[in-house]
Design a protein around this ligand. Structure first.
Ligand code: 5RP
Length: 226
C-alpha cells in the first residue's frame, strides 16, 4: 500500500470510533470513503448493528456486497453520523467536494446528519480553497447559461468528461461544470453567488457542515476542528 493509501486507511479506521450500535450511518463516496465502508463491513460481520444510507450507487453497491444493511433515505431521512472524504480542507473546515461527481447526494447525506465527519490524507489540507476545480452540478439544458454567468463572475468552467470523451452524467442526470475559481477569498459569498444562478443544482463547497476532520499523514491521525 502506498503512503497516501495508508494515510487514507488510518483516517478511515479512526472514524470507526464514532460508530455505535443502532446508528444510521451516512456513507460517502470516493477512495477514502471506500476504505471506511470496507472497514465498516468488517465490523458488521463481527456483529455491529447499524443501518447505512449511501451517497452514491457505487457506495451502496459496495456496502450491500459487504452485507451492510442499506436503507432508503426517503424512509429514514435522519442520519446519526456521515463519514466522507474531501478534495480540499481549508481552515474552518471549509471543503471542496465532488471530485467523484457525487456532490449532490453527498451534500444531502451530510446535511441530514447530526454529525458530519471528514476523513482524508494530509495532502487535502490547504490554507485556502481553490487549487482543485470546484464542481458545480447543473441541469444539462442550462449549462451554457451557467457557464456564461460564471464567466461574468470571472470563473472559467469546463464540462466534466469521461475518458471516452462523453459527458460525465450524474446520478440525477445532470452535468458537472468544473470551475477554475483560483484562490477562493470568500467561500460564503462565492457559494451564494453560484447558488443564485438559474440551472445550478448544487455546488461542491461544503461550508459550516463538518464537525471535524480526521486527517492522516500516514504516521498518525490528527483531528481538525472548525
Ligand atoms: C466524491 C468526493 C470525494 O469525497 C472526494 O473526491 C475525495 O475523494 P478521495 O477520497 O478519493 O480522495 O467528494 O464526490
Amino acid at each position: 500500500m502506498g503512503s497516501t493509501d495508508y494515510a487514507k486507511e488510518l483516517a478511515a479506521k479512526k472514524s470507526l470510533d464514532f460508530i455505535e450500535d443502532g446508528m444510521v450511518v451516512g456513507l460517502g463516496t470516493g477512495s477514502t470513503a471506500t476504505r471506511f465502508i470496507k472497514l465498516l463491513g468488517e465490523r458488521v460481520k463481527r456483529g455491529l448493528k447499524i443501518r447505512a444510507i449511501a451517497s452514491s450507487n457505487t457506495s451502496k453497491e459496495l456496502a450491500e456486497s459487504l452485507s451492510i444493511p442499506v436503507i432508503d433515505f426517503q424512509r429514514c431521512p435522519e442520519i446519526d453520523v456521515a463519514i466522507d472524504g474531501a478534495d480540499e480542507i481549508a481552515p474552518g473546515l471549509a471543503l471542496i467536494k465532488g471530485g467523484g461527481g457525487a456532490l449532490l447526494h453527498e451534500k444531502i447525506v451530510a446535511s441530514a446528519s447530526r454529525r458530519f465527519i471528514v476523513i482524508a490524507d494530509s495532502s487535502k489540507v490547504v490554507t485556502r480553497l481553490g487549487k482543485v476545480p470546484l464542481p458545480v452540478e447543473v441541469i444539462p439544458a442550462a449549462s451554457p447559461l451557467v457557464a456564461r454567468k460564471l464567466v461574468q463572475m470571472g470563473i472559467r468552467s469546463t464540462i466534466r468528461r469521461l475518458n471516452t470523451g462523453s459527458d460525465f452524467i450524474t446520478e440525477e442526470g445532470n452535468l458537472i461544470l468544473d470551475c477554475d475559481c483560483g484562490e477562493i477569498q470568500d467561500a460564503d459569498t462565492l457559494a451564494a453567488s453560484i447558488r443564485n444562478i438559474v440551472g445550478v443544482v448544487e455546488h461542491g463547497l461544503f461550508l459550516h457542515m463538518a464537525e471535524r476532520a480526521l486527517v492522516s499523514d500516514g504516521a498518525d491521525v490528527k483531528t481538525l476542528f472548525k
